[in-house]
Design a binder for this molecule. Structure first.
Ligand code: ACO
Length: 273
């Protein structure tokens, strides 16, 4: 088999992977960006091209964007990694786990790091990201939803951290938000059993902010976007910085961080008056 080089292995930007190859659509409408997983006939399975393209969107996101919606077309948000990766043939043009397994450590590490960049930027303070999740969100699909700040789900949602059942670990930045959202014991329960979490439990344990009927998902997301856009852009970014730093700071450090952010806000708002 000729060894195809995955886009992520080239270490480049989103331009490496066309959106079509990546199974994505990307639209910007003023302050709102929408990323659509657009391979519904394959339940929006993700490839390295998907992650490379996601990283590229993060690299070149227009500054005016304040809210990023991540959604999936069809019955499932995403069935996770494309299972062709587990076959010797792999995904055409993108290699397979067999080819990845033969890489040296540095190439291997850089490849996963680039894939992770596709998920990490969704936490940036300057934006709020919302995952609109219906049906299955498995493995990489679950992790993509976890990378977002908020999850609005349809009542048919099925979250599943399938990786350990397939011999892998979740490595697309999902373990930290999962532990932060549901706590260590529950995260162990979900990951180490690879069981499915439905809407009622997802809401109860903090995986979902809101549960709606499938037909109401787009409207619920639209309403949340409008609420988010109703606050001051700079104050929202500063507040998100504060909230995201809160878990790793002491109370004294957090109080100091609040003072610093507020001083900047008050100066920006009133210094000229
Ligand atoms: N990779 C590649 N193709 C997929 C994937 C996937 N992860 N999931 C579904 N498909 C394809 C199916 O092969 C099928 O293709 P075909 O029509 O050419 O036969 C098509 O999508 C529809 O799939 P169905 O199984 O018929 O759809 P259904 O709605 O009944 O089931 C479900 C959806 C539950 C998501 C099922 O497809 C499934 O279990 N998929 C695999 C999930 C998985 O194990 N993902 C890996 C997680 S680990 C990780 O992400 C790192």
């Amino acid at each position: 088999m000729a060894e195809a080089k995955a886009p992520y292995q080239r270490g480049g930007s989103a331009r490496d992977a066309s959106f079509e190859e990546a199974g994505l659509r990307f639209e910007v409408d003023g302050e709102i960006a929408t990323i659509t997983l657009a391979r519904p006939e394959k339940r929006n399975a993700q490839t390295f091209a998907t992650w490379s393209a996601l990283a590229g969107i993060g690299d070149s996101l227009p500054e005016r964007v304040r809210v990023v919606v991540v959604r999936g077309e069809g019955p499932s948000f995403s069935a996770g990694i494309d299972l062709r990766m587990f076959t010797p043939e792999g995904v055409p043009g993108q290699g397979s786990f067999s080819s990845v397994a033969r890489q040296d450590q540095d190439t291997f590490d850089k490849g996963i790091e680039r894939a992770q960049q596709g998920f990490l930027w969704l936490r940036r303070p300057e934006i709020v990201s919302i995952a609109a999740v219906q049906g299955h969100a498995i493995g990489a699909g679950f992790q993509l939803a976890l990378a977002c700040d908020l999850r609005i789900v349809a009542d048919d949602v099925k979250f599943c951290m399938k990786e350990p059942a397939l011999g892998l670990v979740p490595d697309l930045t999902g373990t930290k938000p999962l532990v932060e959202l549901v706590g260590l014991a529950k995260a162990k329960d979900l990951c180490l059993t690879a069981r499915i979490v439905g809407a009622e439990e997802a809401f109860r344990i903090g995986l979902a902010e809101q549960v709606v009927e499938p037909g109401e998902l787009a409207k619920a997301v639209q309403e949340k976007v409008a609420q988010l856009l109703s606050t001051n852009r700079e104050a929202a970014a500063a507040t998100k910085r504060l909230l995201q730093g809160a878990q790793t700071r002491t109370l004294e450090e957090q109080s100091a961080a609040e003072r610093t952010e507020q001083a900047a806000r008050i100066r920006a708002l009133f210094a000229g008056s």
